[in-house]
Design a protein around this ligand. Structure first.
Ligand code: HEM
Length: 227
């Protein structure tokens, strides 16, 4: 099948799944920042996105997006590194660039995956999973839609604020570099659209990361200054 067999097909899938995940992150970051202004409003959103069929469907589609993006990412990285190895006697600047970018995207991707595992254990497993499976006692159920409680619980510990801030910086590099990397490996060189796409990619990535990072930074300041 073209989408699996051809390298252009694989890069296409990588770009589409990446764009889909960025849209989720944009939504997730806008939704989360509400917790700073109104924990009640944030919990109302959490309750709305609890274990309803549309939220569960959303989670499944999202999980599929993450799996596809990861598998194709590893596949493309191997392919790019191999191509670099085969042609090491005739390395062009472009090939060097693609190999360097692939390696970095892979490393950043692994850091983000490690963060995601921790994040899902901290939040998703205490919220949607509890609602879906009914596991845990009475207290676990009481807290399953109380996202504001869990955010406050974890971010009152400075170590988690720092872990999140570091992971979000890695996410910023992955997102900004991802747009560059996708265009580079697809061989795009349109003089009008290339700079525009780069600017759009950088602006969206920066907005997403600033919204996310404001949450641990806010709680860190509160904890440090005892506010
Ligand atoms: C300060 C930053 C963040 C906060 C406060 C936060 C908060 C949350 C909360 C409360 C949930 C549970 C929602 C529920 O199950 O009802 C959740 C789920 C999730 N978060 Fe985050 N998040 C943050 C950053 C991130 C980042 C950077 C990523 C990805 C790199 C991410 C990916 C996810 C995913 C994939 C889920 C599961 C979504 C689903 O069940 O559909 N989050 N997050």
């Amino acid at each position: 099948m073209w989408l699996i067999d051809s390298s252009v097909g694989r890069k296409f899938i990588m770009g589409i799944s990446g764009a889909f995940l960025v849209l989720f992150l944009l939504f997730h970051s806008i939704m989360n920042v509400v917790v700073i202004f109104s924990p009640e409003a944030y919990n109302a959103i959490c309750a709305f996105l609890g274990a309803n069929w549309y939220a569960v469907l959303g989670t499944l589609v999202l999980a599929a997006g993450v799996v596809v993006h990861m598998l194709y990412g590893v596949l493309l990285s191997i392919q790019n590194l191999r191509a670099r190895g085969r042609e090491r006697y005739a390395v062009t600047t472009r090939q060097e660039g693609v190999a360097w970018s692939s390696k970095n995207m892979l490393v950043l991707g692994i850091v983000i995956l490690a963060f995601l595992v921790l994040h899902l254990i901290q939040f998703w497993a205490k919220m949607q999973l509890v609602e879906l499976t009914g596991m845990g006692g009475h207290e676990a159920h009481e807290l399953a839609a109380n996202g504001a409680y869990w955010i406050q619980y974890y971010f009152s510990k400075p170590i988690y604020c720092i872990v999140y801030i570091v992971a979000l910086v890695a996410l910023w590099f992955h997102l900004t570099h991802g747009v560059w990397s996708a265009m580079q490996s697809m061989g795009l060189n349109n003089k009008t659209w290339l700079p525009r796409l780069k600017v759009i990619g950088n602006v969206v990535s920066t907005v997403v990361v600033l919204l996310f990072i404001s949450i641990p930074v806010y709680y860190l300041i509160i904890t440090i200054f005892g506010l």
